[in-house]
Ligand binder design. Structure first.
Ligand code: G4P
Length: 528
C-alpha cells in the first residue's frame, strides 16, 4: 500500500498547450532532456526538416507544421515521474485539446513573447480555463525582441479572465536580454546563450550586487529596480490556493531554444502542482490511492502508424495500479476483459508496460469497442466517470465518395474518424450512408478528414460546403420532425443513433423554429 502511495505521489500529469510556433515542441524537448529521455535536444527537432519532432507523427502535421493529434511522453526527474500530454497547436482542434485536458491535472501554456496571446489561439486557451486546473505560463523566446512584459500579462488576463503572477521578471529581451530576476530568491539568473545544451551556465547574482549593475548596465538596472517595485506593489500576490483552482497563473519568462530558465521552471512547476487528485464519478469521488484500479478513455486514434494499421484507445488512470494482463471491467460494454498489449507511446516508439499508476496514461489496442469517455475499472468495485462533453460543430459539409465502388471503405473511414471524435457525422432524413453531412468545430478538421480518407482508407471524396452555422438536438421524443414549421433554410437531419437534429444558418432561424412550434425543445450539446 505504501508503495502505491509513493508511486502516485511522484506523479505529475500535465498538458502542454500553445499557438503554433510558440515553442511547445522545443520546450518539451528541453524538459525531456532533463529527464535524460533524449540525449541531445537538437536530435529531435525541426518539423519542417526531414527530422521531425518526437511528439508529431502525422504526415499532415509535418506538411503544415502544426500538431493535429496529441501524444503522450513520460520522463523522470529528481524522483518524479512526469507525464506530458501534447496538444494540437491550432484552435480548430480545441475539442481535442479539451479532451486531453480532461486527462491532465494541470496545463502549461507556452506563449511567444514577441506575439502574446494570438487571435487564432484565444479559443484554444479558453478551453484550458474551462477545466479549472492549474495553468502555468511560460513566456518563451525572450532571446528575441519581445513585447513589453506588463502588456503580455495584461493580454493573458484580458483574454483568459484569470490573474497572473510573474514568478520571474525579464531583464531586456532580444540582443539586450540579460537574464531574469527571480522574485522568490530576489536574485538574478544571468543569461548566457549555450546552444541549447542541458548544462546551462548558471550565474546567480544578488539583486543588490554591484556585479549586476556591471552586467546589465546602469540604465537597465534602474529599470529593473523600478519594475520590481511596481510588481511588488501592484501585482497580484502569489496564492497557491488560487493557482490550484486555476484562478491565478504563475508566469515564467525564459527561452526554450537556448535552454534558459527551463530547469528553474520545471523545479517550480513541481512545487506548484499536486500529485493526481480525487476524480468525480457517478458514485462519488475516487481516491487516486484507492486499491481499486479505474481509468477513462479520453482519446481514440486509428492508424497512428501506417505499419501497424491499428486503433489505440488512450486511457488516463485515475486510481490504483494497473498490471499487465489484469482483468478489468469495461463499464459501458458491461463486460469483463483484459486490456490487450498495454503500452506507453512515445511518438512511433512503443513500449509494452508491465505496470502503471494513477496519473499515468496508457494506450491499449482497441478492436472497436471503446468510445471516448468510457470507464474501465476493477470488476469488484464498479464506478463510472462522468462523460466528456462534445462541442457543437460550427461548420458543415456534404461529403460523398468519388468512386461509388469504394462505398465500404468510405463508410468505414468516416465512421472510424467520427468515433475518434475528430468529426461528427449526420445524415439527411431517410438517406443512406453513401453521402453524409459532416460537422466540425474548426475547418482544418475537413482537411484532416480528406487527407486521412485518401491516405488511410484509399477513398477520394467530394466535399461541398454547407451554409449552416448552428446545430440543435431535438430533445422531445414525440415530435413529428417532418411536419415541423421551419424557415426555408433550416435542414432536418439525424445522427447515426437516429436522434433528430436541425441545422440553422442563423440565430434568427432558431428563434423562428421555437416561435412556430409550441413545446419544441432544442439542445445545443449532444449527449453522444
Ligand atoms: P511549436 O511546437 O509551438 O509549434 O514550436 P516549435 O518548438 O517547433 O518552435 C517554433 C520555432 O521557434 C522553431 O524555429 C524553434 O527553433 C523556435 N524557437 C523555439 N523556442 C525558441 C526560443 O526560445 N528562442 C528563439 N529564438 N526561437 C525559439 P523554426 O525556425 O520554425 O524551426 P527550426 O527549423 O529552427 O526547428
Amino acid at each position: 500500500m505504501n508503495d502505491l502511495i509513493n508511486e502516485i505521489n511522484k506523479r505529475r500529469t500535465f498538458a502542454i498547450i500553445s499557438h503554433p510556433d510558440a515553442g511547445k515542441t522545443t520546450l518539451t524537448e528541453k524538459l525531456l532532456l532533463y529527464g535524460g529521455a533524449i540525449n541531445l535536444a537538437g536530435s529531435v527537432k525541426g518539423k519542417r526538416t526531414s527530422k521531425h519532432a518526437v511528439s508529431d507523427w502525422m504526415e499532415i502535421e509535418k506538411q503544415r507544421g502544426i500538431s493535429v493529434t496529441s501524444s503522450v511522453l513520460q520522463f523522470k526527474y529528481n524522483g518524479y515521474c512526469i507525464n506530458i500530454l501534447d496538444t494540437p497547436g491550432h484552435q480548430d482542434f480545441s475539442e481535442d485539446t479539451y479532451r486531453t485536458l480532461m486527462a491532465a491535472d494541470s496545463a502549461v501554456m507556452v506563449i511567444d513573447g514577441s506575439k502574446g496571446v494570438e487571435n487564432q489561439t484565444i479559443k484554444l486557451f479558453k478551453v484550458c480555463v474551462m477545466r479549472n486546473i492549474p495553468i502555468i505560463t511560460f513566456i518563451n523566446k525572450m532571446d528575441r525582441d519581445s513585447k513589453n512584459p506588463f502588456d503580455l500579462l495584461e493580454d493573458i488576463e484580458n483574454v483568459l479572465g484569470i490573474h497572473t503572477c510573474p514568478m520571474n521578471w525579464p531583464i531586456g529581451s532580444g540582443k539586450e536580454f540579460k537574464g531574469v530576476y527571480e522574485r522568490k530568491s530576489k536574485s538574478v539568473l544571468a543569461f548566457t546563450a549555450n546552444n541549447g545544451q542541458k548544462e546551462v551556465e548558471k550565474k546567480v547574482i544578488d539583486v543588490n550586487s554591484p556585479e549586476l549593475k556591471e552586467i546589465v548596465g546602469e540604465y537597465k538596472y534602474q529599470d529593473l529596480i523600478d519594475e520590481i517595485e511596481l510588481l511588488d506593489g501592484a501585482g497580484d500576490d502569489f496564492d497557491l490556493d488560487a493557482v490550484q483552482k486555476g484562478e491565478l497563473t504563475p508566469v515564467f519568462f525564459g527561452s526554450a531554444l537556448t535552454n534558459f530558465g527551463v530547469e528553474p521552471f520545471l523545479e517550480e512547476f513541481l512545487n506548484l502542482t499536486t500529485p493526481p487528485l480525487p476524480r468525480e464519478t457517478l458514485e462519488g469521488k475516487v481516491e487516486p490511492t484507492s486499491d481499486d484500479f479505474s481509468a477513462f478513455v479520453f482519446k481514440i486514434q486509428a492508424n497512428m502508424n501506417k505499419a501497424h494499421r491499428d486503433r489505440i484507445a488512450f486511457m488516463r488512470i485515475c486510481s490504483g495500479k494497473f498490471k499487465k494482463d489484469m482483468e478489468v471491467f469495461h463499464v459501458q460494454g458491461n463486460k469483463k476483459m483484459r486490456l490487450s498489449q498495454p503500452q506507453q507511446i512515445m511518438a512511433q516508439e512503443r513500449e509494452v508496460i508491465e505496470e502503471a499508476y494513477a496519473g499515468d496514461i496508457i494506450g491499449v489496442f482497441d478492436p472497436g469497442i471503446f468510445s471516448i469517455g468510457d470507464t474501465i475499472c476493477t470488476a469488484g468495485n464498479k464506478v463510472q466517470f462522468k462523460g466528456i462533453p462534445t462541442f457543437a460543430p460550427e461548420h458543415f459539409c456534404r461529403v460523398r465518395q468519388k468512386d461509388t465502388m469504394k462505398r465500404k471503405q468510405f463508410i468505414k473511414g468516416t465512421s472510424q474518424i467520427a468515433q475518434e471524435g475528430a468529426i461528427q457525422i449526420f445524415q439527411e432524413l431517410d438517406a443512406g450512408m453513401e453521402e453524409v453531412i459532416v460537422g466540425v468545430v474548426g475547418v482544418l478538421q475537413f482537411d484532416v478528414l480528406k487527407y486521412r480518407l485518401e491516405n488511410e482508407y484509399n477513398v477520394d471524396i467530394i466535399m461541398e460546403n454547407l451554409p449552416f452555422q448552428f446545430i440543435r438536438w431535438i430533445v422531445n421524443d414525440d415530435v413529428d420532425v417532418k411536419n415541423l414549421n421551419l424557415a426555408s433554410d433550416t435542414k432536418r437531419i439525424q445522427d447515426l443513433k437516429g436522434n433528430h437534429l436541425l441545422l440553422f444558418t442563423s440565430e434568427w432561424s432558431i428563434t423562428w423554429a421555437m416561435e412556430h412550434n409550441e413545446g419544441l425543445k432544442l439542445q445545443e450539446f449532444g449527449n453522444n
